[in-house]
Design a protein around this ligand. Sequence first.
Ligand code: GLY
Length: 563
Amino acid sequence: MVRRPAYLHAVGLAVLLSILTTLIVAPAHAVSGDTSAVSQHGMVVAETAEASAAGVEILKHGGNAIDAACAAALATGVTHAASCGIGGGGFMLFYLASTGKYYALDYRERAPLKATATMFVRDGHPDESLARSGALAIAVPGEIAGIDAVLRRYGTMTFQQVAAPAVRLAENGFALSPHLAREISSMADHLKLDPGLAAVFLKPDGTAPKPGDIIFQKNLAATLRRLGDQPAEVFYRGPIAEELVQFIQGHGGIVTSEDFAAYQPVWREPLHRAYRGFDVYVMPPPSSGGVLLEMLGMLETGPLGGLGVNSSPYLARIIEVMREGFIDREKYADPAFVKVPVVELLSAQHIDQARERALHHKLTPPPAETAHDHGTANLIVADRQGDVVVLTTTINTSFGARLMDPKLGIILNNEMDDFGVAPGVPNAFRLEGEPANEVAPGKRPLSSMAPVIVAKNGKPILAVGGSGGPTIVTGVLQVMLDVLDFHLGPGVSVDLPRIHEQASPETVIVEEKMPAQTSSALTQMGYRLRVVPMLGAVGALKTQPGNLQGAADGRKGGLASGY
Ligand code: GLY
């Protein structure tokens, strides 16, 4: 496990480091714990060391940030296999220095064309377990379509060039990280039931491997090679689609060849909003990026930084703002199916009203549970031209649908659980089903993935993204505030203990690393707290050209590295 400095020590260290790092421009070196770095030419912040190295390898070979992000995403899919992979999908938000523009690519999974709003109802009752695992939980993957689309339009390398590090890791093996070892161990009983997953992730005697044991994914390596340099064609309209359809239908799923053939990623216009002199760019729906902008809008009045880093008055303020944001999240969904009132939700009038509610909310906390998610992965890349990419990718919860096509080595997502299976029925993240986000054929489920780029005078100065279901939105918010309002460096900001509030259930989740006096001050204010070992992971990268400062999150054991 990565060691992290103590909270107060870390804050003091941050001030010192931010002074030092503005004076020193040096090759990549660790600056906070083992997961942060400073570098001059390019940097990759990823949730595994191998993925970070894969991205840096591509940058060093002349690739741009788009090439490196694709390489790091594919390598993450191998080394962080419980969280993401080519059986899933994601979002990519990026800035290109050559055009001075911000771009958003949505390659989220889509519901199969045979899906219906009642597909998870049995004997008149919604059966949530069907959306959580098994073949009905599988939505049409978007990962390869997204990577292919962005490489063709803005990359400089071929698919096989960017896939090379991932192929090597899958073919030659990689040392199991503590994070993936924990996921395998906690999911071992499920993995045993699937021959593909058991063969790769369990030992021959059915027990879980230990951190440091070598994991091979030779069939996945072969599949990545088979994709050649026309990956979308081969994956969606060629033999791989046929094999996947046969596998999914053989397990009772409803995904067809037509679903694969019809899948297209969507180029979208990023949403953006001013915040204290910065411009914040986020993914539009079906991401929850707009919710993050609304939270920032509510926080814009008053001197937030003066409240003190992670002080109880500060935390109480952001808890109320998180609650209001999550209440409005129910209006978000796939914009091809539902009119999401983004303009109204981000209007000054609506934000003023939400802020008023946040300031005067009366606490009536019922006891409740909230899911702790280990799925999804985020990565951030900056290159020497000044391009910046934030990419979040997922197969949803740990090991997705818990099904791997054994011949192809592809783990299938359970993204159907990100829909509301029925009004009021909570999903794996205890987010309740809302009509806007009900299942429909070809629809994309609402996502909490929220890559963010913060700009000053048009140019990126900070990129942030995370993993961990709805804790992405609140985790990204807290790290942004720590950097923008409290002037902390990325390493300390990522490292500080965090909280999470999502309106329902009305319980504030607090990391156990939060100082006891802070938690007890929140309890005295009337908040019902639930203490958890850790919330989702967040990565951050300060993107000043020539002085890149990045931090991966020790919670999942990632790495920032550069050159
Ligand atoms: N699958 C997690 C999310 O997209 O929110």
